[in-house]
Design a protein around this ligand. Sequence first.
Ligand SMILES: Nc1ncnc2c1ncn2[C@@H]1O[C@H](COP(=O)(O)OP(=O)(O)O)[C@@H](O)[C@H]1O
Ligand SMILES: [Mg+2]
Length: 356
Amino acid sequence: MNIDSLCKFYGGFTALDNVSLGIRRGEFLTLLGPSGSGKTTLLMSIAGFVSPDRGDILLDGRSIGHLPPEQRNFGMVFQGYALFPHMTVYDNVAFPLKVRKRPAAEIKQKVDAALDLVQLASRADRYPRQLSGGQQQRVALARAMVFTPHLLLLDEPLSALDKKLRAELQDELKRLHRRVGLTFIYVTHDQDEALSMSDRIVVMRDGRVVQQGSPTELYDRPATTFVADFLGKSNFLRGKVDAHVAGGFVLARQGVRITQASADGKAPAVGTDVVVALRPEKIGLARDDAPADNRLKGVVSEWNYFGSQFRLVVDTLEFGAVAVVIPAWKCGEPPAIGEPLSLAWDRDAGTLVADA
Ligand SMILES: Nc1ncnc2c1ncn2[C@@H]1O[C@H](COP(=O)(O)OP(=O)(O)O)[C@@H](O)[C@H]1O
Ligand SMILES: [Mg+2]
């Protein structure tokens, strides 16, 4: 499917600003962005419930922009997409097939298969109120897939569930996606959900697509400070390019020089203000004899223990507070507030990002 230059305006407000996007058959694509970034508007435009003011949506090369929702043949699961309370689980799932006037034998066979898929065959005669929140969402999923839609649109389907149930359903959704090979377009504002579930993530902000790529591409090579900050945590080292070195450059600030690799050998001109994003877990605590491209002295101002890791804040003279995550087993003695130490990282640990 191709989304081509989609715009949506509400009065003078731009909810979708020239969004173009290719969606591959069978992929798990996630739209990720803060609240108000246009995710639901984009999904509703794909579904046909919102009419874009400009642009088009193409399925297998044909425009579907003018088709009403029911002719697009897309399955949908929304956060508050309630089941019909007066219908049994079975009848809820059968509903899309009855609307399509499928023969009774086919309905029975498909509903049974869909309920098997979400492991609710034994609950077919229950009513929604007799099910847990997670079970209800699985019924909604079965109902969205029972008519073999072209693709499945999911708008924050798990956000009403508690953390544990959510993690279970995340795993289940992923398994389901692998098993049925259907295209999923999944909306979330939860970065962990996006990272763990998606084949590809599209990051949105203010109605625009700001970056797209696989979870590892986005996490390891964010293009902007916004993406680096939204997907995980990051330190931002700001300084001026002081010199070029083989495969990278030197960033200087207040007399400290940091060597940074540059992707595909393109280093910004000497004198340019730059920002390097550096993930907390890519920084180590250096003993003086350990080799590292970069070293920075600081003083521990905060530390927290999380069982598997320590998270430190180290105050540095040149770059301010630097967040550091150390696997607990590597840490030895817990650090002490006020303890001076030296941070170390290699030149390819950080990423040059645009300040946007
Ligand atoms: N029907 C509408 N009328 C006016 N503004 C709207 C309407 N629907 C959405 N918006 C605005 O468009 C922006 C994007 O909304 P939405 O797509 O729901 O964002 P998200 O799903 O990313 O939280 C928001 O600022 C929202 O207030
Ligand atoms: Mg939304």
